[in-house]
Design a binder for this molecule. Sequence first.
Ligand SMILES: [Zn+2]
Length: 132
Amino acid sequence: MNRLISVSTLDDIAPEYRNTPIGYLLEYHNLNRPLDSYTKARLLIGMCMDNRKRLRIPNNFAYVIRTGGGNLSYSEFKVSYAIAVGGVSSIALIGHNNCAMVNLNTKKETFISGLVEKAGWERSRAEEHFIS
Ligand SMILES: [Zn+2]
């Protein structure tokens, strides 16, 4: 089942999202809407740390939390801050294809040897770090 909807025109944005922070995110990023001026965040965006991904959004428009795979499990305080102090009431969780953060066990040895060779870690500590 394919539940993805391509957004390439304004009509592709579901009516319930138009003129909301989510709709504006889609307009800025997908439809090249001119960047408006913001003095406070309207949205929290969770997305992958992948260096190939970049958003086209105005300054001050959104808090952005970037983690491996866009997983916000260890970012609860930051999410709460964006809501309680930052005042956002919408969250966009953005996924992407070809994410390198899936099947991490296949990268275990590369991860461990990389920490040993490039950062001077002791192997046992690097192994423990991978597990935790
Ligand atoms: Zn990713």
